[in-house]
Write a protein that binds this ligand. Structure first.
Ligand code: KIV
Ligand code: ZN
Length: 557
């Protein structure tokens, strides 16, 4: 990049808005959503959708809750035309859903477009022509008046051809394409000329769609354009103001949200932001942003994974891993401090969700379960991860609720492995590491057989065991107030006890006939170091003894 080349690019013009109101407003309700996946999204695909793919996609859009779906550009290709015919003839369009068709302002195209709609119960005819100075000069070489005339003539043609459509409730949408790069007063002039022809009413409003065909400025400028337009439009109440942003500067979502603050009523976009170049607006993101602010988006993304799978299959596009809400990694934490905070938040929530319904989990904007994601994938382990993450995985995936004191040591062992292998460690590998390091360790001391008797009072246990120690067999015995202390006494009588018992705890894993017990023992070696051991067994007492032996063995290797 050469710095003198930067002068090729002019600055965006400021909008003469005396008192802008949008910065101090809040969005309070969902807009009218219009999916343009099957038109704008489709026209951006290397391999456009087949009719069957479009039908499948359409069904998913309906299921998601879209009430307006732009189904294509029927005058542009036979596939588009046939797809619309099939939708109508096979009665696949629910009564509360309007299909939308796009057309340029040319007579034969308008005629064909209206023909495609025969038999539909409700449809939106979407007419567009480009209005920006750049398009007027470079693409059309036409004056402002010529361009306005194209819009007027197109609207007249749509109006007259629509008279032939009996039984179809027709609404009309006009887009001054490249609106965000057009002088606002001229865009207004064209739109008002179109309204004069169409004669909308408050009951039957026109849709004025104001596209950022190419995103040319910061989102605040787009918001200014929308607010200026809404304030200056004479018959504001007879128009639905619609946003249609692309994402060339990466701020399509921001532009739409600010455009809504600025007074727009409707939003056009695609799932996951597919569309020309850097894409259209991602409706999933805007809708879930509303959701995250406590506003019902009126779209259902409770099974976002399925929607994503269908989308990826049909479009042959891939949703990036860090795409807001829908990316594979957006609810995943690798970093240790994040994992600890998330674990605390989720544990707290499990305890108090009945008392406090507010979602308060650090680092997670929304509850992943609301959009069909589970907590399993939230915490993933690599060399950046911490103690809490490893403990979380062992608990969530294997039901092992490790004592807190054990977390740092286990975390360090697992981390070191991840670092050594320079890789992410999956849950099964983490479990294997934990098992081989802590569970049922049987060298140098192995218990072969144990017998125990409790005295009549129930207060004293007499324990006898056959063991192997450092390769030789022994019969050992001891007494205590429970099997663990009796076993410790037996080790003491052999002269092998070089520790004090610091902590013992246990819990069950699973339920029903498959229930097992997990026990954890912490001992302090005479050298001052702490050692942990874990025992897992169907019998809770055996689990405890195994935990003690594991800790002893780890201390005496
Ligand atoms: O991006 C755009 O301007 C369009 C129009 C046809 C609405 O897709
Ligand atoms: Zn577009």
């Amino acid at each position: 990049m050469k710095s003198d080349h930067v002068h090729k690019y002019p600055k965006a013009k400021q909008i003469p808005l005396a008192q802008r109101e949008w910065p101090s407003r809040v969005i309070e309700k969902a807009p009218i959503w219009t999916s343009v996946d099957l038109r704008d999204g489709n026209q951006a695909l290397a391999i456009p959708m087949t009719i069957n793919e479009k039908l499948e996609f359409f069904d998913h859009l309906v299921k998601t809750g879209f009430k307006e779906i732009e189904v294509g550009f029927p005058s542009a290709s036979e596939t588009e035309f046939q797809f619309i015919r099939q939708l109508i003839e096979e009665k696949r369009i629910p009564k509360d859903v309007s299909i939308q068709v796009l057309v340029q302002a040319r007579e034969h195209l308008i005629k064909k477009t209206i023909e495609s709609l025969e038999g539909a119960h409700s449809a939106i005819v979407h007419l567009y022509n480009s209005t920006s100075p750049l398009q007027r000069k470079v693409t059309f070489n036409k004056s402002k008046d010529d361009i306005k005339q194209i819009a007027i003539d197109g609207t007249k043609l749509v109006k007259s051809y629509c008279k032939d459509l009996k039984g179809t409730h027709i609404r009309f949408e006009y887009s001054p394409e490249s609106f965000s790069d057009t002088e606002v007063d001229y865009a207004l002039e064209v739109c008002e000329a179109v309204m004069d022809v169409w004669e909308p009413t408050e009951k039957n409003p026109i849709i004025l769609n104001l596209p950022a065909t190419v995103e040319v400025s910061t989102p605040n400028v787009y918001a200014d354009q929308i607010e200026w337009f809404c304030k200056h439009l004479k018959q504001r109440k007879s128009a639905i103001i619609s946003l249609h942003t692309h994402n060339d500067r990466g701020t399509g979502v921001a532009a739409t949200e600010l455009g809504l603050l600025a007074g727009a009523d409707r939003v056009e976009g695609t799932l996951f932001g597919n569309g020309e170049r850097t894409g259209n607006l991602d409706i999933v993101t805007v809708a879930l942003n509303l959701y995250a602010q406590g506003i019902d988006p009126q779209l259902d993304f409770s099974d976002l994974n399925t929607l994503k799978t269908v989308y990826e299959k049909i479009t042959r596009m891939k949703v990036p891993e860090r795409q807001p809400y829908s990316g594979d990694l957006v609810f995943t934490a690798f970093s240790g401090s994040h994992q600890d905070a998330i674990k605390k938040g989720i544990d707290r929530r499990k305890k108090i969700s009945n008392e406090d319904p507010l979602w308060e989990v650090p680092y997670l904007l929304i509850d992943p379960k609301d959009i069909g994601r589970d907590y399993q994938a939230i915490i993933r382990i690599n060399s950046q991860s911490g103690k809490g993450g490893v403990a979380y995985i062992l608990n969530e995936d294997y039901g092992l609720d490790l004592p807190k004191a054990m977390h740092p040591e286990v975390g360090n062992i697992v981390n070191a492995q991840a670092d050594q292998q320079s890789t992410e460690l999956k849950a099964d590998t983490i479990y294997q590491i934990f098992q081989s390091e802590y569970v049922n360790i049987s060298t140098p001391l192995e218990t072969l057989q144990i017998e125990q008797q409790t005295d009549k009072t129930g207060d004293s246990v007499h324990l006898k065991a056959n063991v192997n120690y450092k390769g030789s067999p022994y019969k050992i015995e001891g007494k205590g107030n429970g099997p663990i202390s009796a076993f410790v006494d037996a080790l003491d009588q052999q002269g092998w006890k070089n520790f004090t018992l610091k902590d013992y705890r246990q819990h069950s894993i699973g339920s029903g006939s498959k229930t097992e017990a997990a026990a954890y023992v912490q001992i302090e070696h005479s050298n001052g170091k702490d050692f942990f051991g874990c025992g897992i067994d169907a019998n809770i007492e055996k689990a405890g003894l195994k935990a003690l032996v594991s800790a002893f063995n780890r201390a005496n290797l």
